[in-house]
Design a protein. Structure first.
Length: 150
């Protein structure tokens, strides 16, 4: 389990106007790499490395899937909802191959964080880290060590 000491405080990540213009920004919040996204009037924040294999979500396209806004990982095209970090996949019934594929949820796979704006400044507060989520691995020291060896 990750240490949660001192990580509950919000961290300034940029000016609201700049983020609205750039639409994306990466930041380090209490040692965690996050991407802050501005899309259609809302701010979102999530772990920057995709839960599947560490792909760069800050470079992903945004698509609406099944009524939910998703970031599409540029590496293997996994779809992750911006608001909840849910992994989405398409399922077909193998016994009815002519039926149309249905979007389903794998549950929350990518850790999302809280964004708030105060006096034109944007802050990120990390979510509760006490229970593990798949994307946590790509924030770990173990993962960073594997990158150094590669
Ligand atoms: Fe993101 Fe594989 S690393 S889909």
């Amino acid at each position: 389990m990750a240490s949660t000491a001192g990580v509950e405080s919000s961290v300034f990540v940029g000016k609201e106007d700049d983020l609205i213009q750039s639409k994306r920004k990466t930041a380090v919040v209490h040692g965690r790499h996050v991407v802050v996204i501005y899309h259609e009037g809302e701010f979102y924040a999530m772990d920057m490395h995709c839960y599947h294999a560490g792909g760069p979500l800050h470079l992903g396209d945004i698509e609406e899937i099944n009524g939910k806004l998703c970031i599409v990982c540029p590496w293997h095209k996994y779809k992750i909802t911006l608001a909840e970090g849910e992994g989405l996949y398409q399922s077909i019934n193998p016994r009815a191959p002519k039926s149309t594929a249905k979007w389903c949820s794998k549950g929350v796979k990518q850790r999302t964080h809280c964004v708030h704006v105060r006096n034109g400044d944007v802050y990120v507060t990390l979510s509760d880290l006490s229970a593990g989520i798949d994307s946590d691995y790509y924030q770990s020291e173990e993962y960073r060590q594997t990158l150094k060896k590669a």
